[in-house]
Write a protein that binds this ligand. Sequence first.
Ligand code: NAP
Length: 287
Amino acid sequence: MTKLNETYTLNNGIKIPKVAFGTWQMPASKTRQSVLDALEAGYRHIDTALAYGNEKEVGQAVRDSGIARDQIYVTSKLPGETKTYEGAKHDFEETFNNLDIDYLDLYLIHAPFPWNEMSSTSGTVEKWDKANQEIWKAMEEILATGKVKSIGVSNFNVHDLTSLMSTAKVTPAVDQIQYYVGYTEPKISHFAKDNDILVEAYSPLATGRMLSNPTVQRIADKYKASVAQLAIQFIVQNGALPLPKATHKEHILDNAKLDFVISDEDMATLNDMSDSATNMYHHARQE
Ligand SMILES: NC(=O)c1ccc[n+]([C@@H]2O[C@H](COP(=O)([O-])OP(=O)(O)OC[C@H]3O[C@@H](n4cnc5c(N)ncnc54)[C@H](OP(=O)(O)O)[C@@H]3O)[C@@H](O)[C@H]2O)c1
């Protein structure tokens, strides 16, 4: 058993591998091989989205891997732009056909707002509440077909979660949010924990922007670990689920070696740090 096939248990009782392999900004032409490399390195959880344009290649790699379908966990996402019930049903079918892997383990609403409205949502978070409630109804119906095993959300703040849950029959299993050393969105993380919603940590390496942080480097050196390994292990020890992305095989292999434990003292230092990355975009509000 390695960290890669250890599991968390979701609020519906289903087990989910503790570390996922991210595929955002992974060109479709490289995705099949990178996912095969990740599966060979021991990853058992792959994260994609309709918006990433590489679902077909993710599905191809899962089918070509020779690993039993029920040993691989696959997540995909409904585009943030899709804000109608009918649109959600339509886009799910596209994802389902793209992947072609019998069923999807986890299906997420990618964002509570269309991406092109993101900068204007800080003062008007309520604008999409009703649409998200309708979409969630579609997600619950998709769940009931058995084509998806769990449903959840991404980029939802406390307001978005509260609004969705006020009409939901099924509580979201996860909230996938931006989360890395020095930027752990504590208001959302605490709300999620209190409501038995697993936090998935996206951009765990701040899309590469925290890899030269000297403080993190100094702590990583103590464990003879790379900054990436320390950053991923930090998230697991906080009880969240990191989704590191890598296309280079040496990075994929590096990120698979998580055989060390960060001391309580160093965890406290890392948890107290200010943003470890520069020039990272953040959503306007957590509440
Ligand atoms: N739900 C959402 O809205 C959302 C938003 C962002 C991300 N995500 C998910 O989270 C995943 C990860 O986030 P991210 O894509 O922002 O990136 P990330 O995992 O934070 O960082 C990836 C970058 O770090 C590099 N890297 C990886 N391992 C390394 C290592 N051991 N040493 C040195 N460099 C290393 C990668 O290089 P190479 O690729 O060149 O190997 C790449 O440039 C995404 O792929 C996606 O699945 C979700």
